[in-house]
Design a protein around this ligand. Structure first.
Ligand SMILES: Nc1nc2c(ncn2[C@@H]2O[C@H](COP(=O)(O)OP(=O)(O)OP(=O)(O)O)[C@@H](O)[C@H]2O)c(=O)[nH]1
Ligand SMILES: [Mg+2]
Length: 315
């Protein structure tokens, strides 16, 4: 039974879980593609990629954000990308640990872990479709990455915005930002601000580093947050919700989303068909012009499969 978007709106978390299972098991079914394109056409929530090195406090921050957003009546969905092969218990453990702190009956919060599958640090193919579905249903969609590396770059390519977490007394992120290795995030959080002076120093260093990289006048907010004391969490929620209102009204919003879809499609084509497929796509059909990227992607995959079959010299 293929879900339609209205079923998801009325069916709560159970219906969304079923739809995600459908995306996973039958990604190229007509009903799946129609559902994803319908969701893509009706964005409602802001997606935020939560990035930063391992152990910086991303999961703990996400948990605090969930509690704060729910207290204000703001709905939130979370995709936690887990390096399943590297952690005992894999993706499920992340869900269980989190759900212990949540009211399971609350329909305004949905948490889903996803294994990062084969590519180390890479995103699973499901992340973008899942994000699109969740954005049609929830106010804020948080995507927690597995730490520095490829997945950070991929998440910033598909999410509306990026939140970088920086650990007090660690210069890594600062160096990356200064050297231009890392794209300037939309929000920066110095985590564990209960550690005191080291956290304040990190914030000051970041302010001067970002002042240099941001000559165009847009200043990235830098917040000191502690999941332990709650410092900064309210301010962070205000910043995210304020950003959401402006972002969804931006005139280039739909082209930004089509760019995200293109980024996802290129990564998926590259995974499935390698450079040959990607080159064919760029030659024929580089960017999505319409708002049905899932159908367009599926058409292109079908064409590549036919082209490959015609090249089959063994038959
Ligand atoms: N003092 C203090 N410790 C914190 C705070 N937030 C997180 N921690 C601790 O930092 C450690 C790592 O936190 P996580 O939230 O698991 O970090 P993460 O970035 O999600 O880690 P990975 O998912 O493994 O990359 C844990 O031991 C937390 O208890 C905070 O606000 N203050
Ligand atoms: Mg984590």
């Amino acid at each position: 039974m293929i879900a339609v978007l209205d079923d998801l709106r009325t069916g709560g978390k159970r219906a969304l879980a079923r739809a995600l299972a459908q995306v996973e098991s039958a990604p190229d079914a007509d009903g799946t593609i129609a559902l994803l394109d319908a969701a893509f056409a009706e964005p409602h929530g802001l997606s935020v990629g939560v990035t930063g090195p391992p152990g910086v406090g991303k999961s703990t921050l996400v948990d605090s954000l969930i509690a704060n957003l729910r207290a204000q009546g703001i709905s939130v969905a979370v995709i936690a990308i887990d390096p399943s092969s590297m952690r005992s218990g894999g993706a499920l453990l992340g869900d269980r640990a989190r759900l212990a702190t949540l009211d399971p009956g609350d329909q305004g919060v949905f948490v889903r872990s996803m294994a990062s599958r084969g590519r180390l640090g890479g995103l699973s193919d499901l992340v973008f479709p899942a994000m699109v579905l969740m954005q049609a249903l929830y106010d804020i969609v948080l995507i927690e990455t597995v730490g520095v590396g490829q997945s950070e770059i991929e998440v910033s390519g598909i999410a509306d915005s990026t939140l970088l977490c920086v650990q007090p007394a660690s210069g890594d992120s600062l160096q990356f930002l200064k050297a231009g290795v890392m794209e300037v995030p939309d929000f920066v959080v110095v985590t564990k601000s209960d550690l005191g002076a080291a956290a304040r120093r990190a914030a000051t260093d970041l302010r001067s580093a970002l002042a240099v990289t941001q000559a165009n006048g847009t200043l990235t907010p830098i917040l000191l947050c502690s999941a332990q004391t709650g410092e900064g969490i309210n301010d962070l929620v205000s910043i995210l919700t304020g950003y959401k209102i402006n972002y969804l009204m931006k005139s280039d919003y739909s082209s930004a989303r089509l760019n995200s879809a293109t980024t996802w499609c290129n990564a998926a084509i590259n995974d499935q068909f390698g450079r040959w497929g990607l080159e064919k796509k760029i030659e024929n059909h580089n960017n999505f012009q319409n708002s049905s990227p899932f159908a367009a992607h599926n058409d292109f995959v079908t064409k590549l499969k036919i082209a490959l079959r015609n090249l089959d010299f063994c038959s």
